[in-house]
Ligand binder design. Sequence first.
Ligand SMILES: C[S@@+](CC[C@H](N)C(=O)[O-])C[C@H]1O[C@@H](n2cnc3c(N)ncnc32)[C@H](O)[C@@H]1O
Length: 226
Amino acid sequence: MQERRIKKSAAIYTPLILMLYDWWVLGISNRFAWKCPTRSVLLPFFCRHVSVRHMDVGVGTGFYLANAKLKSGTEVTLLDLNRNSLHAAQARIRHMHPQSIQHDIMMPLPVGHRVFDSISLFYLLHCLPGNFSEKENVVINIKRQLSPDGVLFGATILGEDANHNRFGKKLMALYNRKGIFGNQSDTMQGLRAMLERNFRNVDIRQHGKVALFTARDAAVRYSHSK
Ligand SMILES: C[S@@+](CC[C@H](N)C(=O)[O-])C[C@H]1O[C@@H](n2cnc3c(N)ncnc32)[C@H](O)[C@@H]1O
């Protein structure tokens, strides 16, 4: 059942939905519902943390990679459960020759898979069902793929406690009912606790109804090196 709900969070991204995605989600919804504009807040945050050895998890249309003006020679890996999303993002950044992995990030990546200096996780956590403890596998699986100095950074729309406006409440109710979102009980405290269970150095701030986070120094590496 839980597995089916996770798949549901990716299944919505058909080629048609992806054609409308940037306009509706990154344009209208981010500005008017979630109060966290894409070009002035989320894109600069992405640009600040992306490195030359980067993996994007939950790629959507590949908007951030396509607009980030990456350094030449940047190696990009795209990971998504949905093949349509992988195709859309890959087509958009074809010139970077990205590697694509079709994979459910709730499951560990194959052992021996390469590591990255930065991994982005934008707008995926709020799509997954359950509370942050149930979503923790995402972070556990990602931290295994980070180099020792690597950074996980991302953004996620907060739940009902965030005091959404009328437009936001309407979208939240509809998306949670349809299984497109699973974020009703997502809070800043829950996100912080989940990240701090896995990383020594966590930074979170809220912009509008969105939490923006960075996490470094995976806790497991410290326990291994002691
Ligand atoms: C809301 S879109 C976010 C797109 C982009 N990162 C952005 O911020 O605009 C969520 C993406 O996560 C993918 N996704 C959902 N559940 C997933 C899972 N369990 N594993 C990997 N990808 C998943 C979806 O297919 C979709 O491409």
